[in-house]
Design a protein around this ligand. Structure first.
Ligand SMILES: [Fe+2]
Length: 158
């Protein structure tokens, strides 16, 4: 029988999010941008990552990866729209640069869609690696920098 401590060890705060033994990424408060709609979309993104990770182990049928890509595009488009709107209404000076990063991300995902539509069976693993990189660099980096800026500018205005 596993103790509670053993069960918790499956994913502790000290683990690298993408450690080899980690099967799924749970939502963590440190991923929060402090805006509910954005956090829900970020949680949905993580859920897609987990689904993709499971699929790369269990094997993907072509329709499943097509559906996952469609879901990813829906989540990302909604997320970018809400995030850019938040930046715009807050007067964030980094908006143009941030929007360019979003557009580059959409282009990359579209390339995966094109490959998948051509029945390229090698899509899942590089897609997973790309989405992991986006999560680690953009979502935990650039996005949280904006969230921090927003908190600080709100504090100054009070
Ligand atoms: Fe962003």
């Amino acid at each position: 029988m596993h103790s509670e401590a053993t069960n918790r060890r499956k994913f502790s705060e000290t683990d690298h999010p993408w450690g080899a033994t980690v099967q799924t990424i749970p939502w963590k408060s440190r991923y929060s941008m402090g805006i509910e709609a954005l956090d829900e979309q970020r949680a949905a993104y993580i859920s897609i990552l987990n689904e993709l990770h499971a699929g790369t182990i269990d094997g993907f049928e072509h329709p499943a990866i097509s559906m996952l890509l469609a879901k990813l595009k829906g989540v990302m488009e909604a997320h970018f729209s809400v995030e850019e709107e938040s930046m715009s209404s807050a007067g964030f000076v980094g908006l143009a640069h941030h929007r360019a990063m979003h557009m580059a991300m959409v282009r990359q995902v579209d390339q995966f869609v094109t490959r998948n539509d051509s029945f390229d069976v090698t899509v899942p693993l590089p897609l997973l690696n790309f989405l992991r990189g986006w999560f680690a660099i953009h979502m935990l980096g650039d996005d949280l920098l904006f969230a921090q800026w927003l908190k600080e500018s709100d504090a100054v205005q009070r």
